[in-house]
Design a protein around this ligand. Structure first.
Ligand code: CA
Length: 228
């Protein structure tokens, strides 16, 4: 999960970045509205935390312009104390939730989690494919459980994420880079070789004949494809 933090208070940037990272989020920060606006359009984020009072372009304008660009990423706005009108305006302009400064970091985390749970990108992934069956394998996305021939299969978190992404995009040819971005995250250290290794492990665990995979197929020169 990747979060864009648009905030100009240095102390808050550090605190929030540290905390969000320790919760397992990837965080990119922008210190003014214009940079934040451009960052939000240049990359794919799961959530945007957007301060209202920002240099160059204020949070309302950023929010409005992002929505005008068709961006549906959930936006959590940070408003200053007592600015009730601001909250209403923020929601009108397309923000999904707001938090009034000063706030406890734990409160922010709760809002972030709630927004991610109800965001369409997230629910699409799980609602469409709560359970998925291919061959003798059953994947329960809700419980993050996989079984083969009715026997539970242990997958690492990354293997599971990779499998989920493959299944959600079944039929599509997925390049190693796109898998790396989607599963490991854009700024992650792993190389495309990591993708190959995890694909091999998944095949080993799930395919009847890992050397001639029926479901997790190689598309030569292009990447991988889930056929099922
Ligand atoms: Ca500010």
């Amino acid at each position: 999960m990747k979060i864009l933090l648009v905030e100009d208070e240095e102390g808050l940037i550090i605190t929030l970045t540290d905390r969000l990272k320790s919760e397992g989020f990837e965080v990119v920060s922008a210190a003014d509205g214009q940079t934040g606006f451009e960052a939000a359009l240049a990359d794919r984020f799961d959530l945007i935390i957007l301060d209202v009072m920002l240099p160059k372009k204020n949070g309302y304008d950023v929010c409005r312009d992002l929505r005008q660009q068709g961006l549906t990423t959930p936006i959590l706005m940070l408003t200053a104390k007592g600015e009730t009108i601001d909250k209403v305006l923020g929601l009108k302009l397309g923000a999904d939730d707001y938090l009034t400064k000063p706030f406890e970091v734990i409160e922010l985390l709760a809002r972030v989690e709630a927004l991610l749970r109800r965001s369409p990108a997230h629910t699409n992934g799980t609602a469409k494919t709560e359970a998925f069956r291919f061959g003798n394998v059953v994947v329960d996305f809700k419980r993050a459980e996989v079984s083969k021939d009715n026997v539970s299969v242990e997958l690492s978190a990354m293997e599971f994420k990779l499998l989920q992404f493959l299944v959600e995009n079944r039929g599509d040819v997925l390049s190693r880079d796109s898998l790396l971005d989607a599963v490991w995250g854009y700024d992650a250290m792993p190389t495309t070789r990591t993708v190959d290794v995890h694909i091999a492990w998944l095949r080993q665990k799930l395919e009847s004949n890992p050397k001639h995979p029926q479901f997790i197929q190689t598309v030569h020169g292009l990447g991988y494809k889930f056929a099922g």
